[in-house]
Write a protein of this length. Sequence first.
Length: 77
Amino acid sequence: MAIPPISRFPGENLEFFQKMRQISVDIRDIFNDNVKVDCLSMGMSGDFEDAIAAGSTMIRVGTAIFGARDYRKTSSK
C-alpha cells in the first residue's frame, strides 16, 4: 500500500500516486516471470479520487464510512 504525505487540497498528491503506479509497472516488468501483482493499493478517505485517477485498484475509505476515530483516553473503571 502506498500512503502519500498528508494533503490539504484535491489533486495535491496526484503526482505522488502517478509515480507509485509507474514504480509498480516497472517492478512488474522487471520480475515478470516471478511476480504476479494485480492489485495497486493507494488512497484513503481524503485522497482516494486522486489515487483512482492514477490507477489504484484498492482504496481504504474507513473514515469516510465510519467517521473520524476517537483517540481520547477512557478510564477502565
